[in-house]
Design a protein around this ligand. Sequence first.
Ligand code: SF4
Length: 373
Amino acid sequence: MQPRSVYIHVPFCAHRCGYCDFTVIAGKDHLASRYLDALEREMSSIGDRPELETLFLGGGTPTHLAPAELARLMELIQQRFRLSPDCEFSVEANPWGLTDEKLDILADAGVNRLSLGLQSFDAAILETLERDHRRDDILDCVARLRRRFANFAFDLIFAVPGLTLDLWRQTLRTAIELQPQHISTYGLTFEKGTAFWTRRLKGQLEQADDELERDMYATAMDDLAAAGFEQYEISNFAKPGYRCRHNQVYWTGKPFWAFGPGAARYLDHTRSLNHRSVTAWMQKVLAGESALYESETLSPEDQAREALVLGLRRNEGVDRSEFATRTGFTVDGLISDELPRMLRRGLVWDDSARIGLTREGRFIADYVVGQML
Ligand code: SF4
């Protein structure tokens, strides 16, 4: 199947936040021009201007690029791809430094969905997360982007040290009042190799306890549903008609291209990952060498198990008959031992046509899907 979707990774950020384990380069803005040269070269490896249904610029902070660099990136995209008339063109952005000039560059290039990494409105929580924006920056930024974009999304983090349940409720309420079309909520994780990981080991940061984290997730599900957001995946909530189409490409096992350091793609049943080091990726691409770090071709059964796990994360769950047609495997054949156990524990629902995670199952989704891989 010819891909109809592209992910482009833009690794630049003002600084690396203590909890971040993404492919990011901070304080090296002078590399942006070389990065764009490499991106142009890497993107030239595909055929002539394929038409896209979804395009996602993630990071890092794509909008950290200077206006001239952002404009060049938009030009490269226009040269390399055709956007279908209803192409969903998303860009991740941070409120800090998102000037009118940058917003105009994005809007003029056809970007029609902005995803803002807000995380919180509270100064102390933003300070803990080492984010450089504050509540007033968010309000100013949303007022300005609303004039150009009808579709914008917020990312919020819960289970941050110091975040109480009341403060989290207030965070959700403020986010809802700003009327985004989409909200993603994530529990803070302490990933090995990050500054937060080290600080937790030294006792300088305390992880929220499981019960509080669970209450915060439950509050997000309840309050967002009450505000008219449908939860369509474990971490994602959208107003009707505003689900992120690009994410659904990932979750339904469709192929997609990906470019940039650390970018992961799925083509011809093969998952492959670029070098995460920005400089190694640039050097290899510009030298005409492969920038692949690793790749794995999935067996038919692995493809089916992956489709099952991705499907379970979606609220619609997995349609038994569609799944069998698509993968050649039956749900019941793949998880004949696990399914009855999960059903008995109330973690999975089963209406004979489909199975999916119950609300209880969503609280420990990683555990449940892990059992099925
Ligand atoms: S702004 Fe986002 S991508 Fe950049 S360092 Fe912070 S968390 Fe990571």
